[in-house]
Design a protein around this ligand. Structure first.
Ligand code: IFM
Length: 462
């Protein structure tokens, strides 16, 4: 291997960044009494969060963002992804306006980033609904999509110029899966496929409305993120495991981007034989082609398997038996999946309707360890070799894909900080930066220092 082979140089202008979302980091004071959003209520309900923690303080980003902006700068990051707290942004007086104090807060955060030359990625829906909309049926109700469109217009008017990339909806299929199939997230339904498919349709409708609303005021590119997961049959000799793999892949990975590109929703057969599902199919007016860049979140693969039972469930289940090393989330580490999805599986979505190329951004990728929330001091977890290895292996695959001609413009590590990991609470730590929750002390992990160098050199040294 020559000296040059050991340094993987990324394209000039490649964006190195980190991602977060509001509920997971903000510790927003309005969330504390549990009435603002579905998630603030959910965290107060018995048995919802596995380590019994909540997000009332989280990383106190709402109060400490200046410190965190300095971290972003120190780490040489050129991009940062955050999400807007839709519930907190709505004016309590009603009247369909935004709360001025909250708008000012986001303006300060975004201006701070831009003053440091950091490109801003802003997500409009990252899993949290205003409580009133949630009580009125949430994403099962098209009124939520319409409210989302109106909200998007209000923020676009306010934040135009401070946002470089818009993301309307984060991981719609992960949300639908957890909210309507596993039941681990609000609204807590389990194996309710009709509600899940109804929510998908409304997400598509909401995305279309939000896209138009943003475009009225902003020239920044707009997309949604896909949590992309390679599905493989648990037993490659089992036709039933292959069948399950096929349906899980079609729905989880392809349904949303395909519907956006085609402008209408259709489910693989035999789902369309059900009258209720058939009614959800068809054109979504105005949706076609509303995606300016492909935003991919990638973590792991899934081994799918058939499950005996009646009625027969073509979606089967995810096998709990792993074949590769796993993170503390139980997620198999499968860097090659990132390469495969970039060079093969997402190819149809890397083109606009007119055949021109649609660029790709990796909007999340990261590794979690579990440590109890109350660990405050000591040398725990600063030496995070597994995260360093995960990061490097994935970047190597990303580099290979770029070399093969895939137009990837940036990579955002999930996450800048340890934060509130939904049903897993504060224990699942994804951060480059360790957060000690009782004290809120931030300390750079080894991975942060490795990433800092990669970003500085725009290169990965093997
Ligand atoms: O923490 C989440 C994030 O909110 C959405 N994507 C996956 C991450 C890790 O589970």
């Amino acid at each position: 291997m020559s000296k040059d082979d050991k340094i993987l140089k990324f394209p000039d202008g490649f964006l190195w960044g980190a991602a977060t979302s509001h509920f997971q980091v903000e510790g927003h004071p309005k969330e504390i009494d549990g009435t603002l959003s579905d998630w603030s209520r959910w965290t107060k309900e018995e048995g919802r969060i596995s380590d019994k923690s909540h997000a009332d303080q989280a990383c106190e980003f709402y109060f400490r963002f200046e410190e965190d902006l300095s971290l972003i700068k120190d780490l040489n990051l050129g991009a940062f992804r955050l999400s807007l707290n839709w519930p907190a942004l709505l004016d309590e007086e009603g009247g369909g306006q935004l709360d001025r104090e909250q708008v000012d807060y986001y303006k300060r955060v975004l201006s701070g980033l831009k003053e440091n030359g950091v490109k801003t990625f802003v997500t409009l829906f990252h899993f949290c609904l205003p409580e009133a909309l949630s009580r009125a049926g949430g994403w099962q109700n098209p009124a939520t999509a319409e409210a989302f469109g109106r909200f998007s217009e209000l923020v676009a008017k306010e934040l135009d110029g401070l946002v470089d990339y818009w993301i309307t909806i984060n991981e719609p299929l992960a949300y639908v899966y957890q909210g309507f199939i596993s039941g681990f997230w609000p609204p807590g339904k389990s194996h309710d496929y009709i509600s899940a498919f109804t929510a998908m349709r409304n997400f598509l409708y909401g995305h279309s409305l939000a896209y138009d609303a943003l475009k009225k005021f902003s020239s920044a590119p707009v997309s949604f993120t896909c949590h992309w997961r390679p599905f493989l049959p648990k037993n490659r000799f089992s036709p039933l495991d292959h069948m399950v793999r096929f349906y899980r892949d079609r729905i989880f990975n392809h349904l949303f981007p395909q519907a956006v590109d085609e402008g209408h929703l259709h489910f693989p057969q035999p789902l369309g034989l059900s009258r209720e599902i058939r009614q959800l199919e068809g054109e979504i007016p105005g949706l076609k082609g509303k995606c300016d860049f492909l935003a991919i979140n990638y973590y792991t693969r899934e081994l799918s398997r058939f499950k005996m039972g009646w009625p027969i469930d073509i979606f089967g289940e995810c096998s709990m038996e792993n074949e590769l090393a796993v993170s503390d989330m139980g997620w198999e580490i499968y860097p090659k999946g990132l390469y495969d999805l970039l060079v093969t599986e997402t190819l149809p979505y890397q083109k606009n309707g007119d055949g021109t190329a649609r660029p790709v951004v990796i909007t999340e990728n990261g590794y979690a360890n579990l440590f109890p929330p109350e660990m405050a001091d000591g040398d725990w977890s600063l030496s995070d070799e597994q995260r360093v290895s995960y990061l490097r292996l994935h970047l190597e695959q990303l580099y290979r894909a770029i070399k093969r001609g895939v137009d990837v413009r940036g990579y955002l590590y999930w996450s800048l900080l340890d934060n509130f990991e939904w049903a897993e609470g504060l224990s699942a730590r994804f951060g480059l930066v360790r957060v000690s929750y009782p004290t809120q002390e931030r300390l750079l992990r080894a991975s942060a220092r490795v990433y800092q160098e990669i970003a500085r050199n725009n290169a990965l040294q093997l």
